[in-house]
Design a protein around this ligand. Structure first.
Ligand SMILES: Nc1ncnc2c1ncn2[C@@H]1O[C@H](COP(=O)(O)OP(=O)(O)OP(=O)(O)O)[C@@H](O)[C@H]1O
Length: 264
């Protein structure tokens, strides 16, 4: 479970560029629930993910993961609790290491032991099994360098990596935005499968209104650092992409110049 209470984040305090990125955000996400997060540029979506991951320290408020107060814990301090997949397929894994070395490092998140102890025989078999489940044929390429994979293959492996250390929380930062439509759909279906099988408490930022409504259990919209929409259940089922676009228009008080981007 994630419990965020009255979070405020101010960047560049006391400078001419001071910016209140989050302005009193409170949110409880039940264990195993999958929340999609939308909002226009600068709404505060990445800042909220950063607060959960530990990259951004709030000036006020608290963050609990399960029963642990992680508000002041660093990213490394909460590494065993929170896994993250980024927009850029190159960010979440190391291109110079092999697929299995990346998996071994991911499995050791939050621990201090080295790579050698992480790659014992039974571990290798387990990694092979997990990668075989992707049906991409990568189980025969475990010794290939990660940077030989396509962006989509790399995101699929990153999702497996995110589950290896037993983290309770999964943060997805527009993780399909750099993929072609077919691969984006593959990675989204894989995401849904992994989240439900492992009961991960998940927050996914997306610019795709379609994705926001088609996947997960609940959708929130941020605007100006505040939650301006929070829908689940039947209310969400009845929402159409066009309804969300109309809300965006209302929030911004202007016409969106690229509806296609939002619908895709
Ligand atoms: N490190 C920083 N220093 C100063 N200002 C920042 C910093 N990070 C974010 N901001 C500002 O805080 C506001 C919220 O940014 P954030 O990146 O959270 O928005 P976002 O909703 O993720 O936008 P986008 O969809 O464009 O990625 C923006 O005005 C942004 O310019």
């Amino acid at each position: 479970m994630i419990s965020v209470k009255d979070i405020k984040v101010v960047f560049g305090r006391g400078t001419p560029l001071q910016k209140q990125a989050l302005n009193g955000v409170s949110l409880t996400i039940e264990q195993g629930s999958f929340v999609t997060v939308i909002g226009s540029n600068g709404a505060g979506k990445s800042t909220l993910l950063g607060v959960l991951a530990g990259d951004v320290l709030p000036s006020e408020g608290s963050v609990l993961i399960g029963k642990t107060d992680v508000t002041r814990k660093s990213t490394a301090g909460r590494a065993g609790m929170v896994a993250r997949v980024f927009q850029d397929p190159l960010t979440g894994s190391c291109g110079a290491l092999s697929i299995e070395e990346n998996l071994a490092l991911a499995a050791r998140r939050g621990e201090k032991r080295g790579l050698a102890s992480a790659l014992g025989g039974s571990r290798r078999d387990y990694f092979r099994e997990r990668i075989a489940e992707l049906n991409l044929g990568l189980e025969n390429r475990l010794k290939d360098r990660m940077d030989l994979l396509s962006g989509g293959q790399r995101q699929a492996v990153s999702l497996v990596m995110a589950t290896l250390a037993g983290s309770e929380v999964l943060l997805l930062d527009e993780h399909t935005a750099a993929l072609d439509p077919g691969m984006a759909e593959f990675v989204m279906n894989l995401t849904q499968k992994i989240v439900s099988e492992r009961k991960l408490t998940t927050m996914m930022v997306t610019h795709s209104m379609r994705q926001a409504l088609d996947y997960g259990h609940r959708t929130i919209m941020l605007h100006g650092g505040e939650i301006v929409l929070d829908v689940a259940g039947d209310n969400r089922k009845n929402l159409q992409v066009e309804d969300l676009i109309a809300m965006f228009r209302k929030m911004r008080g202007q016409t969106l110049d690229d509806d296609a981007l939002l619908i895709g």
